[in-house]
Design a protein around this ligand. Structure first.
Ligand code: SAM
Length: 358
């Protein structure tokens, strides 16, 4: 993989990067990250060797896994299978676990061995969950979970190129087997202003332009270490900066979000998921930074709204509410959970229930 990428021609990297970035930016133009995003984004750089399911108890309650009428679950981000395992132990009868990452699917299969007969897995995107459900013969389900972002297993795998803690080829694709653009493609293929936009929009990197210019001057940049060292060299030093936060944290997080089109996928998937629920079924989404959460909040609001055009106002698009929010405010992890699992400290859980008449 390393040498294949090294030998890839400059023009093909540029083409892949451009094709990719158009899609990655489409839905997020003009969205700005706040300070809370950075706290959220930073969570993935912590050293952990286990993926501990975030707000496990709250997810079980939200999806009513112990209710005998709640039988079928789609876990659209099955990862190592932690949430699915807990949900099945709580009473879910059949589960379909989806993940872009074939390695995660392998791990989930092992971890759900006790439910081998009733848990199925598919490597793919949750945006295609309706097709995956249809392939199972399911036309509707009782519960859907999306636990967004990367898992600790991915962040802590030195070969995946997600983290500056290990020197590896800059990859960052959740779906390693795909021919999608890698972080290396973006870093070496985008122009300085596109790179700066990417770092600013998906990482709120204040020095985005300076970093982007330095990258363009010094490329090709092949490895995580090269990129991390370059960013650390060009960013002005702040004496008060927390020693725990590497100067390249925001740049790495922004690249990961762009490579995997994370925000675009969430926006596409939420209406698809609600559509797939049976009346009374629930969708629970765990987000980890305010950009994600803003999309979830906005989309849930839209799905819960009925709009009737007044007479003579045919230009107003009428809509019928399909779901209702289950809680007024998002659920956050307890202080005790955050102490046990700092990765979850910025998590927000939002839940909607499909309406009977939708
Ligand atoms: C936070 S982890 C989920 C961890 C899981 N809940 C557990 O308990 O082990 C998020 C997972 O979502 C996957 N993922 C991200 N985007 C995806 C997408 N569009 N479709 C399917 N899986 C995706 C990642 O590969 C990662 O394994």
């Amino acid at each position: 993989m390393f040498s294949m990428r090294r030998n890839m021609s400059n023009s093909s990297m540029i083409r892949r990067a451009r094709e990719h970035s158009l899609g990655a930016f489409r839905l997020n133009r003009g969205v700005e990250l706040g300070y809370a995003d950075l706290i959220g984004l930073a969570h993935v750089e912590e050293t952990m060797h286990l993926h501990i399911p975030v707000m496990e108890r709250e997810v079980i309650q939200a999806l009513r896994a112990d209710d005998p009428t709640v039988r079928r679950l789609i876990d659209g981000t099955v990862g190592g299978g932690g949430h699915t395992l807990a949900l099945m132990r709580a009473g879910i009868d059949e589960a379909l676990g989806i993940d872009l990452d074939a390695i995660a699917i392998g791990r989930a299969k092992e971890n759900l061995n006790e439910f081998a007969e009733r848990a199925r897995f598919v490597q793919g995107s949750y945006i295609d969950m309706a097709a995956h459900a249809e392939a199972m013969g399911w036309d509707e389900v009782d519960a859907i979970l999306l636990d967004l972002g990367a898992s600790s297993l991915q962040m802590d795998d030195p070969a995946r190129g997600f983290s500056f803690r290990f020197d590896a080829t800059l990859d960052m694709r959740f779906d390693v087997g795909s021919d999608g653009a890698t972080a290396q493609d973006l870093v070496n293929g985008l122009g300085a202003s596109e790179l700066a936009d990417l770092f600013y929009r998906f990482g709120e990197e204040r020095h985005s332009r300076r970093i982007a210019r330095a990258i363009v001057e010094r490329r090709p940049i092949i490895t995580t270490r090269q990129l991390a060292e370059l960013v650390a060299r060009v960013k002005p030093r702040k004496p008060q900066r927390s020693p725990k936060t590497h100067p390249a944290t925001k740049v790495f997080q922004a690249l990961r979000i762009a490579v995997n089109r994370e925000l675009e996928s969430v926006e596409i998937a939420l209406p698809v998921a609600v559509n797939l629920l049976r009346p009374g079924g629930r969708l629970a989404v765990l987000s980890f930074h305010s950009l994600e959460d803003r999309i979830v909040k906005r989309s849930f609001r839209k799905l819960s709204m009925t709009v009737t055009a007044p007479p003579g106002m045919a230009s107003i698009k009428e809509t019928v509410a399909q779901a209702r929010p289950v809680h007024r405010k998002p659920i956050m992890p307890s202080g005790e959970e955050v102490r046990r699992n700092p990765r979850g400290r910025s998590a927000k859980l939002r839940v909607v229930e499909k309406l009977e008449r939708a």
